[in-house]
Design a protein around this ligand. Sequence first.
Ligand code: SAH
Length: 350
Amino acid sequence: MKLRDISTKEEILAILEEQNPGNIEKITQEAYNVKVENIGSKIFLRGLIELSNRCCKNCLYCGIRHDNKNVFRYDLTDDQVIESALFARDAGYGSLVLQAGERTARPYTARVTRLVKRIKELTNGEMGITLSLGEQRREIFEEWFAAGAHRYLLRIESSNPYLYSRIHPKNALHSWDRRVQAILDLKDIGYQTGTGVMIGLPYQTIPDLADDLLFIKNIGVHMVGMGPYLTHSDTPLGHLGVTSTSLDLTLKMVAALRLLMPKINIAATTAMQVIDPYGREKAVMAGANIIMPNMTITEVRENYQIYENKPGIKDDAALSKSKLEENLKKMGIEIGWREWGDSRAFVKKA
Ligand code: SAH
C-alpha cells in the first residue's frame, strides 16, 4: 500500500478501508513518522473556553441546537472568561480557543471583540487566540482579526452538500455554500484557518470521508479538527438511534490526513476521548499534534454538551490539565509549553 506522497481518492480509500490490525498499525506509524519529519514530535495545548451555549442554529446532530429546550442557557461573564484565560496562561499554555454556539447580533459580536482585546492586553500579547464562533459576516471576521485573534476554526461538517443538507435544516441559515464562503473569507483575511468534519454521521459512506479529506486538501486550510459523530438524544438525528464510530476509523482518518498534508496542525479532539479514554493520545500517535483541554469553569460545563457523555464535565480546569499531562507523560509525548504552536503550513501574507 502506498503511504508516502498520497494524493488520489483511491489511495485514501485504501487506507480508510483497511481492516487488518497489523496494516492499520503500519499506517498510523507511518503517519506519525511523517509528522515527526515535517513538524517534529511536540504537541501543543490550547485551553478551550466555552463562552456560551446560546445558538441561533438548529443543526440536527447538536445538543445545544436552538430548539433544544432541555438545555440551561448560559453566557460566561467577562470576569469568568478572563479568569480562565489567565489560568491557562499561568499553566503554561501558549494559546486559547474561544468557542460558542453561533450568534450574530451586534452586542454579542462587539463583546467578543472586547474580550479578545482584553485577553491580549492582560497577557502582553503572549496568548495566541483561536476563535470557534460559527459563521459571521466578513466584516466581523475582520474586526476580530484586528482585535488580535489569529486562528479560526470552522468545520465544514461534511464536504458533501447533499449529506450536509440531510444533517441540517433546509433553510438559508444552514447553507453549505455559505459555510464554504466563510472558510474562504477567513483564509483571505489572513487567519490560520481550520476546518474539519464529523466521522460516522448517519448516511455517510467511506467514499464521503475520502472526499472530505480531498476537500480539506483542496481548500488549503492550515489546521483540522475532526472527530467521531456522537449521538445526543435531544436531537432529531439522535432519535435515529446510536451509531458508534470506531476509534480505528477515526485514527485512519487522522493518519490519512497527515499523509496528505504533512505540515498542518491536526487536533486530537475531545470526541475521540469519548469513544476511548486514550483516544486523543492514540490520535497523537497517528499524526495529530494539537490537544485542546477544557478550561471552562466547572459550573457551566454540563450545559455545553454538543454530544452526550462528554468527558470531564465534573472536572475543573486544573484537573483536566493534570489528567491529560499524566496520560501524555505515560506515552512519552512531549508538550510545547508557552508556544503558540502555529501551523507550519501557514504562510503569512505580505
Ligand atoms: N458554533 C460553532 C462551534 C460548534 S461546536 C461552529 O459552528 O463552528 C464544534 C463542533 O462540534 C462542530 O463543528 C461539530 O463538528 C461538532 N459537533 C456538534 N455536534 C456533535 C455531535 N453530536 N457529535 C460530534 N461532534 C459534534
